[in-house]
Ligand binder design. Sequence first.
Ligand SMILES: [Zn+2]
Length: 308
Amino acid sequence: MNKNYMTYPMKNMRITCRYDEASHRKHCIDVTDGLIDYPIDDGGKDTGRDPIYCPCDEMKVTAIRGVGNSSVTNTIWLVSTSAVITPTFTDIAFMTLTHPNDSDFTNIKVGDIFKRGEIICYEGTDGATSNHIHLTCGRGSSSTWKQNSNGAWIMDGNSYKPEDVFYIDRNFTTELWGGYLIWKYLPETSYVGNPVSRNTNVNQIEVLVDNLNARSEASTDSMSYGYLKKGFYDVVAEQDNNGYHWVKVESYWIATNDGWTKMYPKTTTNCEEKLKELEESYPKLIFTCDKTGKYLIYLQKGSQLYLQ
Ligand SMILES: [Zn+2]
Protein backbone atom coordinates (compact mmCIF):
# COMPACT_ATOMS: atom_id res chain seq x y z
CA MET A 1 0.00 0.00 0.00
CA ASN A 2 1.73 3.17 -1.18
CA LYS A 3 -0.60 5.76 0.27
CA ASN A 4 -1.32 6.11 3.97
CA TYR A 5 -4.91 4.89 3.91
CA MET A 6 -6.75 4.31 7.18
CA THR A 7 -8.12 0.76 6.97
CA TYR A 8 -10.38 -1.22 9.28
CA PRO A 9 -8.24 -2.73 12.08
CA MET A 10 -9.73 -6.23 12.31
CA LYS A 11 -9.66 -9.23 9.98
CA ASN A 12 -13.26 -10.16 10.68
CA MET A 13 -15.87 -7.41 11.03
CA ARG A 14 -18.92 -8.45 13.02
CA ILE A 15 -20.56 -5.36 14.48
CA THR A 16 -22.65 -6.32 17.49
CA CYS A 17 -23.67 -2.77 18.45
CA ARG A 18 -23.73 0.36 16.30
CA TYR A 19 -23.16 3.87 17.66
CA ASP A 20 -26.90 4.58 17.58
CA GLU A 21 -28.02 1.39 19.32
CA ALA A 22 -28.57 0.25 22.92
CA SER A 23 -26.03 1.60 25.45
CA HIS A 24 -24.19 3.48 22.69
CA ARG A 25 -27.13 5.81 22.09
CA LYS A 26 -26.22 7.96 25.08
CA HIS A 27 -22.82 8.56 23.41
CA CYS A 28 -24.30 10.45 20.46
CA ILE A 29 -28.12 10.80 20.69
CA ASP A 30 -29.98 13.56 22.58
CA VAL A 31 -26.81 15.06 24.04
CA THR A 32 -27.26 18.62 25.28
CA ASP A 33 -23.60 19.55 25.84
CA GLY A 34 -22.26 18.56 22.40
CA LEU A 35 -19.86 15.95 23.82
CA ILE A 36 -20.29 12.95 21.55
CA ASP A 37 -18.45 10.01 20.07
CA TYR A 38 -19.56 7.17 17.77
CA PRO A 39 -18.53 3.82 19.27
CA ILE A 40 -19.09 0.48 17.63
CA ASP A 41 -18.66 -2.93 19.24
CA ASP A 42 -16.98 -5.58 17.11
CA GLY A 43 -17.04 -9.23 18.18
CA GLY A 44 -14.73 -10.39 15.39
CA LYS A 45 -14.90 -14.01 14.32
CA ASP A 46 -16.60 -14.88 17.62
CA THR A 47 -14.28 -17.76 18.36
CA GLY A 48 -12.25 -16.07 21.08
CA ARG A 49 -10.08 -12.98 21.24
CA ASP A 50 -9.41 -11.58 17.75
CA PRO A 51 -6.47 -9.16 17.40
CA ILE A 52 -6.77 -5.47 16.54
CA TYR A 53 -4.11 -4.33 14.08
CA CYS A 54 -2.51 -0.94 13.46
CA PRO A 55 -4.74 0.57 10.72
CA CYS A 56 -2.29 3.00 9.05
CA ASP A 57 1.44 3.40 8.42
CA GLU A 58 2.20 4.37 12.01
CA MET A 59 0.35 5.14 15.26
CA LYS A 60 1.66 6.30 18.61
CA VAL A 61 0.12 5.41 21.98
CA THR A 62 -1.08 8.63 23.66
CA ALA A 63 -2.79 7.12 26.74
CA ILE A 64 -3.67 3.85 28.48
CA ARG A 65 -6.24 3.94 31.27
CA GLY A 66 -7.98 1.48 33.58
CA VAL A 67 -5.26 -1.19 33.77
CA GLY A 68 -5.25 -2.71 37.26
CA ASN A 69 -8.32 -0.66 38.20
CA SER A 70 -11.51 -2.73 38.26
CA SER A 71 -13.75 0.35 38.37
CA VAL A 72 -12.33 1.85 35.17
CA THR A 73 -12.62 -0.06 31.87
CA ASN A 74 -9.32 -0.63 30.06
CA THR A 75 -8.86 1.76 27.14
CA ILE A 76 -5.94 2.62 24.87
CA TRP A 77 -5.67 5.79 22.77
CA LEU A 78 -3.59 5.85 19.56
CA VAL A 79 -2.91 8.76 17.21
CA SER A 80 -1.39 8.59 13.71
CA THR A 81 2.08 10.10 13.43
CA SER A 82 1.30 11.59 10.00
CA ALA A 83 -1.78 12.46 7.92
CA VAL A 84 -3.91 9.47 6.93
CA ILE A 85 -6.34 9.23 4.01
CA THR A 86 -9.88 8.41 5.14
CA PRO A 87 -13.15 8.35 3.15
CA THR A 88 -13.93 11.87 4.45
CA PHE A 89 -10.68 13.65 5.31
CA THR A 90 -6.90 13.56 5.04
CA ASP A 91 -5.37 14.51 8.37
CA ILE A 92 -4.06 13.15 11.67
CA ALA A 93 -6.54 10.59 13.04
CA PHE A 94 -7.07 8.88 16.39
CA MET A 95 -8.49 5.51 17.40
CA THR A 96 -9.43 4.21 20.83
CA LEU A 97 -9.92 0.58 21.87
CA THR A 98 -11.86 -0.37 25.00
CA HIS A 99 -12.23 -3.74 26.84
CA PRO A 100 -8.85 -5.43 26.18
CA ASN A 101 -7.63 -7.41 29.19
CA ASP A 102 -4.96 -6.12 31.60
CA SER A 103 -2.52 -8.71 30.19
CA ASP A 104 -2.65 -7.01 26.76
CA PHE A 105 -0.97 -3.94 28.19
CA THR A 106 1.88 -5.62 30.08
CA ASN A 107 4.42 -4.60 27.45
CA ILE A 108 2.83 -1.39 26.12
CA LYS A 109 3.40 2.14 27.38
CA VAL A 110 2.56 5.69 26.32
CA GLY A 111 4.85 6.75 23.44
CA ASP A 112 5.12 3.27 21.91
CA ILE A 113 4.90 3.10 18.12
CA PHE A 114 2.95 0.58 16.06
CA LYS A 115 3.46 0.04 12.32
CA ARG A 116 0.72 -0.93 9.87
CA GLY A 117 -0.45 -4.49 10.40
CA GLU A 118 1.20 -4.95 13.82
CA ILE A 119 -1.07 -6.30 16.57
CA ILE A 120 -1.92 -3.63 19.15
CA CYS A 121 -4.08 -5.72 21.48
CA TYR A 122 -6.95 -8.22 21.48
CA GLU A 123 -10.70 -8.22 22.10
CA GLY A 124 -11.28 -8.66 25.80
CA THR A 125 -13.71 -8.77 28.68
CA ASP A 126 -12.45 -5.99 30.97
CA GLY A 127 -15.70 -4.18 31.83
CA ALA A 128 -17.62 -6.47 29.46
CA THR A 129 -19.38 -9.82 29.71
CA SER A 130 -18.11 -11.28 26.41
CA ASN A 131 -15.03 -10.77 24.24
CA HIS A 132 -15.36 -7.74 22.00
CA ILE A 133 -13.75 -4.40 21.28
CA HIS A 134 -15.44 -1.02 21.73
CA LEU A 135 -13.91 1.18 19.07
CA THR A 136 -14.08 4.93 18.50
CA CYS A 137 -12.18 7.16 16.12
CA GLY A 138 -11.91 10.70 14.87
CA ARG A 139 -9.89 13.49 13.33
CA GLY A 140 -6.93 14.98 15.15
CA SER A 141 -5.65 13.81 18.50
CA SER A 142 -7.19 12.40 21.67
CA SER A 143 -5.76 11.15 24.95
CA THR A 144 -8.57 11.28 27.48
CA TRP A 145 -12.31 11.04 27.93
CA LYS A 146 -15.07 13.25 29.25
CA GLN A 147 -18.51 12.53 30.66
CA ASN A 148 -21.35 13.99 28.62
CA SER A 149 -24.82 15.17 29.65
CA ASN A 150 -26.16 11.60 29.18
CA GLY A 151 -23.58 10.29 31.66
CA ALA A 152 -21.59 8.45 28.97
CA TRP A 153 -17.78 8.53 29.02
CA ILE A 154 -16.88 9.69 25.53
CA MET A 155 -13.46 10.13 23.90
CA ASP A 156 -12.39 13.74 24.06
CA GLY A 157 -11.68 15.04 20.56
CA ASN A 158 -13.26 15.48 17.14
CA SER A 159 -15.04 12.11 16.90
CA TYR A 160 -16.20 10.73 13.55
CA LYS A 161 -18.34 7.77 12.59
CA PRO A 162 -16.14 4.70 11.92
CA GLU A 163 -17.40 4.32 8.34
CA ASP A 164 -16.16 7.89 7.70
CA VAL A 165 -12.67 7.10 9.02
CA PHE A 166 -11.87 3.51 7.99
CA TYR A 167 -11.79 2.07 4.50
CA ILE A 168 -12.36 -1.66 4.17
CA ASP A 169 -9.35 -3.39 2.64
CA ARG A 170 -11.01 -6.46 1.20
CA ASN A 171 -7.65 -8.19 0.96
CA PHE A 172 -7.48 -7.94 4.75
CA THR A 173 -10.96 -7.62 6.29
CA THR A 174 -13.90 -9.96 5.76
CA GLU A 175 -17.25 -8.30 6.36
CA LEU A 176 -19.14 -10.92 8.37
CA TRP A 177 -21.64 -8.29 9.51
CA GLY A 178 -21.27 -4.60 8.71
CA GLY A 179 -24.18 -3.44 10.87
CA TYR A 180 -25.99 -1.87 7.89
CA LEU A 181 -23.36 0.89 7.93
CA ILE A 182 -22.22 1.99 4.47
CA TRP A 183 -18.53 1.08 4.39
CA LYS A 184 -16.28 2.22 1.61
CA TYR A 185 -13.70 -0.02 0.04
CA LEU A 186 -10.06 0.84 -0.35
CA PRO A 187 -9.85 2.69 -3.69
CA GLU A 188 -6.71 0.91 -4.86
CA THR A 189 -8.13 -2.60 -4.56
CA SER A 190 -11.74 -1.95 -5.29
CA TYR A 191 -12.28 -2.57 -9.00
CA VAL A 192 -14.97 -5.06 -9.99
CA GLY A 193 -16.61 -6.18 -13.25
CA ASN A 194 -15.47 -7.88 -16.44
CA PRO A 195 -15.97 -5.65 -19.49
CA VAL A 196 -17.16 -7.39 -22.68
CA SER A 197 -16.63 -6.76 -26.40
CA ARG A 198 -18.82 -4.31 -28.27
CA ASN A 199 -21.94 -6.16 -29.48
CA THR A 200 -24.64 -4.38 -31.52
CA ASN A 201 -27.12 -7.24 -30.91
CA VAL A 202 -27.76 -6.30 -27.27
CA ASN A 203 -28.24 -3.12 -25.26
CA GLN A 204 -24.87 -2.09 -23.91
CA ILE A 205 -23.44 0.64 -21.71
CA GLU A 206 -19.91 1.99 -21.71
CA VAL A 207 -18.36 3.05 -18.41
CA LEU A 208 -16.16 6.06 -19.19
CA VAL A 209 -14.72 6.88 -15.74
CA ASP A 210 -12.76 4.91 -13.16
CA ASN A 211 -14.69 5.95 -10.04
CA LEU A 212 -18.24 4.75 -10.71
CA ASN A 213 -19.63 2.83 -7.74
CA ALA A 214 -20.88 -0.72 -8.39
CA ARG A 215 -23.75 -1.00 -5.93
CA SER A 216 -25.89 -3.80 -4.53
CA GLU A 217 -29.18 -1.97 -5.27
CA ALA A 218 -30.39 0.86 -7.52
CA SER A 219 -29.87 3.35 -4.72
CA THR A 220 -27.13 5.69 -3.52
CA ASP A 221 -27.76 4.33 0.00
CA SER A 222 -26.89 0.76 -0.96
CA MET A 223 -23.57 -0.95 -0.45
CA SER A 224 -20.77 -0.37 -2.94
CA TYR A 225 -18.69 -3.36 -3.97
CA GLY A 226 -16.07 -0.98 -5.35
CA TYR A 227 -15.64 0.81 -8.65
CA LEU A 228 -16.69 -0.72 -11.96
CA LYS A 229 -13.85 -1.17 -14.42
CA LYS A 230 -14.02 1.03 -17.52
CA GLY A 231 -15.39 -0.58 -20.69
CA PHE A 232 -18.52 -2.08 -22.27
CA TYR A 233 -21.12 -4.10 -20.38
CA ASP A 234 -24.37 -5.78 -21.43
CA VAL A 235 -27.41 -4.12 -19.84
CA VAL A 236 -29.30 -6.56 -17.59
CA ALA A 237 -32.02 -4.24 -16.20
CA GLU A 238 -32.88 -0.54 -15.84
CA GLN A 239 -34.63 1.46 -13.13
CA ASP A 240 -35.15 5.10 -12.03
CA ASN A 241 -34.40 6.06 -8.41
CA ASN A 242 -32.74 8.85 -6.36
CA GLY A 243 -32.90 11.14 -9.41
CA TYR A 244 -30.74 8.75 -11.42
CA HIS A 245 -31.39 6.31 -14.21
CA TRP A 246 -29.83 3.09 -12.89
CA VAL A 247 -28.51 0.29 -15.04
CA LYS A 248 -27.73 -3.22 -13.87
CA VAL A 249 -24.67 -4.89 -15.35
CA GLU A 250 -23.55 -8.34 -14.16
CA SER A 251 -24.80 -8.28 -10.53
CA TYR A 252 -24.09 -4.58 -9.96
CA TRP A 253 -26.22 -1.44 -10.22
CA ILE A 254 -24.65 1.77 -11.53
CA ALA A 255 -26.04 5.31 -11.68
CA THR A 256 -25.83 6.67 -15.22
CA ASN A 257 -25.00 10.16 -16.40
CA ASP A 258 -23.82 11.61 -19.71
CA GLY A 259 -20.51 12.51 -18.11
CA TRP A 260 -19.55 9.04 -16.90
CA THR A 261 -21.54 6.52 -18.97
CA LYS A 262 -22.77 6.16 -22.55
CA MET A 263 -25.71 4.00 -23.62
CA TYR A 264 -25.53 1.93 -26.81
CA PRO A 265 -29.03 0.63 -27.71
CA LYS A 266 -28.90 -2.51 -29.85
CA THR A 267 -28.96 -1.76 -33.56
CA THR A 268 -29.21 -5.22 -35.08
CA THR A 269 -31.42 -8.19 -34.36
CA ASN A 270 -30.40 -11.79 -34.07
CA CYS A 271 -31.71 -14.54 -36.35
CA GLU A 272 -34.53 -15.67 -34.06
CA GLU A 273 -35.85 -12.12 -33.92
CA LYS A 274 -35.43 -11.68 -37.69
CA LEU A 275 -37.35 -14.90 -38.38
CA LYS A 276 -40.16 -13.85 -36.04
CA GLU A 277 -40.30 -10.51 -37.78
CA LEU A 278 -40.47 -12.24 -41.19
CA GLU A 279 -43.19 -14.63 -40.01
CA GLU A 280 -45.22 -11.73 -38.64
CA SER A 281 -44.97 -9.85 -41.91
CA TYR A 282 -45.53 -12.93 -44.10
CA PRO A 283 -45.90 -13.12 -47.13
CA LYS A 284 -43.27 -10.40 -47.47
CA LEU A 285 -40.40 -11.70 -49.56
CA ILE A 286 -36.82 -10.85 -48.89
CA PHE A 287 -35.26 -12.60 -51.88
CA THR A 288 -36.81 -13.62 -55.16
CA CYS A 289 -35.07 -15.94 -57.59
CA ASP A 290 -35.40 -14.63 -61.11
CA LYS A 291 -34.65 -18.07 -62.52
CA THR A 292 -34.26 -21.63 -61.36
CA GLY A 293 -30.63 -22.51 -60.89
CA LYS A 294 -27.75 -23.06 -58.52
CA TYR A 295 -26.87 -20.33 -56.06
CA LEU A 296 -23.71 -19.97 -54.09
CA ILE A 297 -24.29 -18.79 -50.56
CA TYR A 298 -21.38 -17.57 -48.49
CA LEU A 299 -22.08 -17.92 -44.76
CA GLN A 300 -19.96 -16.43 -42.00
CA LYS A 301 -19.12 -18.62 -39.02
CA GLY A 302 -22.00 -18.66 -36.56
CA SER A 303 -24.59 -17.29 -39.00
CA GLN A 304 -27.86 -19.16 -39.63
CA LEU A 305 -29.75 -19.73 -42.87
CA TYR A 306 -33.54 -20.11 -42.99
CA LEU A 307 -35.12 -21.58 -46.14
CA GLN A 308 -38.77 -22.16 -47.02
ZN1 LIG B 1 -19.46 -0.60 23.32
